[in-house]
Design a protein around this ligand. Sequence first.
Ligand SMILES: Cc1ncc(C[n+]2csc(CCOP(=O)(O)OP(=O)(O)O)c2C)c(N)n1
Ligand SMILES: [Mg+2]
Length: 556
Amino acid sequence: MEGKKGNRAFLEALQAEGVCYLFGNPGSSEVPWLDLLPEYPSLRHITVLHEDIGVAMADGYALASGNPGVVSLHTVPGTAHGLCNLFNAHYSGTPLVALVGQQLSRLLNRDSFLGADIVQMARPWVKWAAQVSSADEIAYGVHRAFKEATDPPTGPVLLSIPRDFYDETVKDEIPHAARRSLGRKVRPDSDEVQRAAELFLRAESPALLCGPLAERSGSVPLLLELVDLLAIRVYDDTFMPSCFPTTHRFHLGLYNKEVAERIDLLLVVGQPLLIERKVRDMGFVPPGLSVVQIDSDPRVIAKNHPVEAGLFGHPRLCVEELLAKVRELAGKELGSRFQQRARLIEKERTAREGEKARDMEEQWDRVPISSHRLVAELRRALEPDAIVVDETTTTQGYLRRFFEFPEPGLNYYEVSGGLGWGLPAALGVKLARPKQQVVAFVGDGSFLYYPQALWTACRYDLPVLTVICNNHAYLNDKMFLHLRGGPAAQRKRYEDVEINNPDVDFVRCAESMGAYGERVERPEELAGALRRALGQERPSVVDVEIDPWQWGAAEK
Ligand SMILES: Cc1ncc(C[n+]2csc(CCOP(=O)(O)OP(=O)(O)O)c2C)c(N)n1
Ligand SMILES: [Mg+2]
């Protein structure tokens, strides 16, 4: 019998890793394994019409399922296409395996068609990257890639496979090990825990920023306990998803400069601390503010701001230890000690809710539709556990202010700043959580990076609702031009950042790929349109004409 070939070793290795979905835009270098794919029914190839769509789908799938996402990229051009969302996955620390079909090995030093140094291209945005050098190495390479992607700190990795190796015989097969990963239940340094607990018991106005890794590591239930016990104010970072229940009595909206100046201790769990954000002082950390940081990625602790205590380890175990130490140090008095602060925070929340209600009322009937009304109608139309994948720019502040996320894991956000992630990521989320409603909440500009993702949604029956916040512009850019007050603002001419003339017909765009589409111009039509779109049980698009000059909520 003829020996096993590299293509079979490749698919067997993926199967052994438990892969269900392989997102890809194939070419000649993928043909050797595509040919065998029907023999591996547990492995499903999802065809995408641009590699960056595949990377974002794999990312969304990984974030929402907890399993690594897998994408297949075609040679150098395919890798180049995928780099924007690889950059995104790098920011998110998503366990993601990019498998690249490379040009024939004998052509690699000849500046050949489609071939160049792929490992070097991807290097800055991956945790690990390698190119296999024989058919024997394919299975090893795949297993190594999964280990590297999923060992903490998790992140994207890349494996390049010259296509001739798929058709060569494997001589020295490596066994499929059941387990390759290290033990991950790492507990933090006890001195750091002691210091953090002491800081919390001394602090007068502590606050929490709860990031995506807190959610992914299952830390939120323990953080809820900590927050309740010590009466800690909770904020969300504008540039991170909402990971803590926004309905909690101590949740007070977005972190900003004003907040930073009022608090004396900031606990940051599972996210980098406020990657420098000069924009309207959203990421401000005043010099006197003490920071306690918890993360399983040692690289982010104290990276952008010094910390008083840095708890490196499994985030859930770090919170568990902190909670235990606080209880031990405070003793019996803990139950009553922070009650007064709790009442104060509740009052603040009530006042904030009142202000929100007044703003909502003012904006309710406005035409063009206010972003306030759009968000409120969306919340009403959806089930409580609906997931919102957000890639809005100037509308984001309204979503964060008026949309309640009652549980963790219901909000995903494009964290790197690179647009074109939102819609495809939402499709990946839907594959991971088929029972929950999933919404891609996007701007008209955001949608137009990869509208053809709708084709994949229709082909694979992924009934995601896409809500387009249509202001006929890259309003973010228009806003900056306007606020700059230079020649563009003086002439009131912004045509380089407007998406009009011609206006895009999003309904026909959706219909052309098999999706349902509806356009809404009046506020009273919103509820019906959203209901009809959600009732389709197929991909749907609601194009909402919103106020073209509304960008203010982020400042609140
Ligand atoms: C890949 C990429 N290209 C360009 C930009 C620059 N950019 C930042 S915000 C923005 C506007 C997005 O427009 P839209 O989605 O309609 O949101 P709006 O600003 O109108 O709220 C652009 C183009 C980017 N962030 N990423
Ligand atoms: Mg826009």
